[in-house]
Design a protein around this ligand. Sequence first.
Ligand code: TYD
Length: 145
Amino acid sequence: MIRNTKMLYFPMYNDKYGKLVPVEANGNVPFDVKRVYYIYEVMDGMRRGFHSHRDLQQALICIHGSVKILVKTPFEEDVVCLNNPQEALWIGPMVWREMYDFENDGVLLVLASEHYTEDDYIRDYQSYEQEAKVFFNVKEKRTYK
Ligand code: TYD
């Protein structure tokens, strides 16, 4: 995994009624969840995201179908295929992300550590690269791992 990303794994309770996966803020998700949103009915060939956040932490869970996530810094990149409701991709600050290949009616549930604020977004890749080079070179407190 690239810096400031990691996989999270959740327990699943399976009984004759079906399956249940509990996700707890500051428990199996390592931050206080202040916001939740979900992305679904993404059309074939659509790619979205194309941004980074300066401070936000997120946990991405594909609760139905599958979706690919490109995570990228100026120094490394990775593609994670999410297709299991028992796992999440945690993304910390200053990681560029793109989501694509939503398949089998993919539904992406996102847990976020902060309320929505446009100020936290970096949407221009050139600007992102400049800020991220400084961020990852200087051993920042917000760099995990
Ligand atoms: P955007 O972040 O551009 O989606 P993506 O990066 O997945 O392509 O968000 C799409 C729209 O939704 C944009 O107009 C902002 C709005 N939005 C909110 O109002 N609140 C939120 O929590 C999020 C994530 C987006």
